[in-house]
Design a protein around this ligand. Structure first.
Ligand SMILES: Cc1cc2nc3c(=O)[nH]c(=O)nc-3n(C[C@H](O)[C@H](O)[C@H](O)COP(=O)(O)O)c2cc1C
Length: 331
C-alpha cells in the first residue's frame, strides 16, 4: 500500500511564537516545544538568497519534535520564493510564511520585508508562485502599513490583492513600519499599536484568518483578543518569559495535560544539549534561550548568572546545567 510519507496536518494558528532573527533558532524552538505541545512555532526569517546560494540544509535543520513548525521566507522574486517554499515543504515544514513586515534597511535594498507593502501586486505574484509550488499552506505576516502608504484603504488593497492570489491567513503586526530613520528595534516600539485597525480588517474580511501580533503579554490578553481574532502571535514576551507557554495548552487549546514544571522543561533539554556538545557545539548556544525561565522566584538571579556568566568558564558544562536545574526545582 502506498502511504503518504507524512499525514496532512491542519495547522492551528490559535497561539504562535513569532519569527525572530537570532532568537527563534532551532535550539530555542526545541526548548519552547518542551513547554507547549500545540503552540505553532516559526523559524527566523531565511532569505531566498541564503537558501538558494547558501547551505540550505543548515538553514532548514530542525528536530521532529518542533512541529507544528512554519518556515518564514524573505524575498520578492516569485520563482525564487517558489523554489524555497518547495525546499521547505520537502524538509517537512507545516507552513510557509512570507515576511512582509521586517523594516531593516539591509533587507529593504533587496526588496524584502515591510517595503513590499508598497507592492501588493508583487506580493500577490509571490504568494501565487509559492502556492502553486507546494501543498502546505502559504501565509503572510505583515504590518498595517508603511510610511507614505498607511491608509486603511491601502491596507485593504494589500490584503485584497494577496487574498486574490489565494492566501487565507494573515498575521498582522498591528503597527506601521517607518522605513527611514528608525532602527528595527524602534520600529517595534515607536509606531503606536492599532488593534482597532486589525479588528476592522477581520470585520471587513471575515472569510480570512486574521492573527493578531504586537505587544501582547499575558494569556488573559490572548483570551480577550481571541474573541475578535482567529489567533494571537507573541514575540518578545514569549522569549523573555517562556514559562508563559507552559499554560498555553490548557488555557488556549483545552488540553487536560498537566503543565510541565520549569525544572522538568530544562531536564528535558539535557540529552539534547549533550548531543549538541558531542557534535562540537557549545552549551550556551542552547542555554542562552532558557535564561527567561529564571524569573520571579528566589534563586532566579543565581540561575541566570550560572547560565550567562559562569557557563563561559565552566570546565564541565553539564554539571553546571544540573546545578541550574536544581535551582528551578520546586518553582
Ligand atoms: C529580535 C527580534 C527579531 C525579529 N525578527 C523577525 C523576523 O525574522 N521576521 C519577522 O517577521 N519578524 C521579526 N521580528 C518581529 C516579531 O516577529 C514581532 O512581529 C514583533 O516583535 C512584535 O511582536 P511582540 O510585540 O509580541 O514582540 C523580530 C522581533 C525581534 C524582537
Amino acid at each position: 500500500m502506498n502511504l503518504p510519507s507524512k499525514p496532512a496536518t491542519t495547522v492551528s494558528r490559535r497561539f504562535s511564537v513569532a519569527p525572530m532573527m537570532d532568537w527563534t533558532d532551532r535550539h530555542c524552538r526545541y526548548f519552547l516545544r518542551q513547554l507547549s505541545r500545540h503552540t505553532l512555532l516559526y523559524t527566523e526569517m531565511v532569505t531566498t538568497g541564503a537558501l538558494l546560494h547558501g547551505e540550505a540544509a543548515r538553514f532548514l535543520r530542525h528536530d521532529e519534535c518542533e512541529h507544528p513548525l512554519a518556515l518564514q521566507l524573505g524575498g520578492s522574486v516569485p520563482a525564487e520564493l517558489a523554489a524555497c517554499a518547495r525546499l521547505g515543504e520537502a524538509a517537512g515544514y507545516d507552513e510557509i510564511n512570507l515576511n512582509v513586515g521586517c523594516p531593516s534597511d539591509r533587507v529593504q535594498n533587496n526588496m524584502i520585508g515591510a517595503c513590499l507593502m508598497g507592492h501588493p501586486q508583487l506580493v500577490a505574484e509571490c504568494v501565487k508562485a509559492m502556492r502553486d509550488a507546494v501543498g502546505v499552506e502559504v501565509t503572510v505576516k505583515h504590518r498595517i502599513g508603511i510610511n507614505g502608504r498607511d491608509s486603511y484603504a491601502e491596507l485593504c488593497d494589500f490584503v485584497g490583492q494577496v487574498r486574490e492570489a489565494g492566501c487565507r491567513s494573515f498575521t498582522v503586526h498591528a503597527r506601521i513600519a517607518i522605513l527611514e530613520g528608525l532602527s528595527p528595534k524602534q520600529n517595534r516600539e515607536v509606531p503606536p499599536l492599532r488593534y482597532d485597525i486589525a479588528a476592522q480588517l477581520k470585520r471587513d474580511f471575515p472569510d480570512l484568518e486574521i492573527i493578531l501580533n504586537g505587544g501582547i503579554k499575558t494569556l488573559d490578553e490572548c483570551r480577550e483578543h481571541l474573541r475578535t481574532f482567529d489567533g494571537v502571535m507573541l514575540g518578545r514576551e514569549a522569549y523573555h518569559n517562556p514559562y508563559l507557554l507552559a499554560q498555553v495548552d490548557q488555557q488556549l487549546f483545552a488540553s487536560d495535560a498537566t503543565p510541565i514544571s520549569r525544572a522538568q522543561a530544562l531536564r528535558n533539554m539535557r540529552p539534547y544539549i549533550e548531543r549538541h556538545i558531542a557534535e562540537g557545539g557549545a552549551m550556551h548556544h542552547v542555554t542562552r534561550h532558557v535564561l527567561g525561565l529564571g524569573q520571579g522566584f528566589p534563586g532566579a538571579r543565581r540561575f541566570r548568572q550560572l547560565l550567562s556568566v559562569d557557563i563561559h568558564k565552566a570546565a564541565q558544562p553539564l554539571a553546571l546545567l544540573d546545578q541550574a536545574i536544581g535551582l528551578l526545582e520546586g518553582h
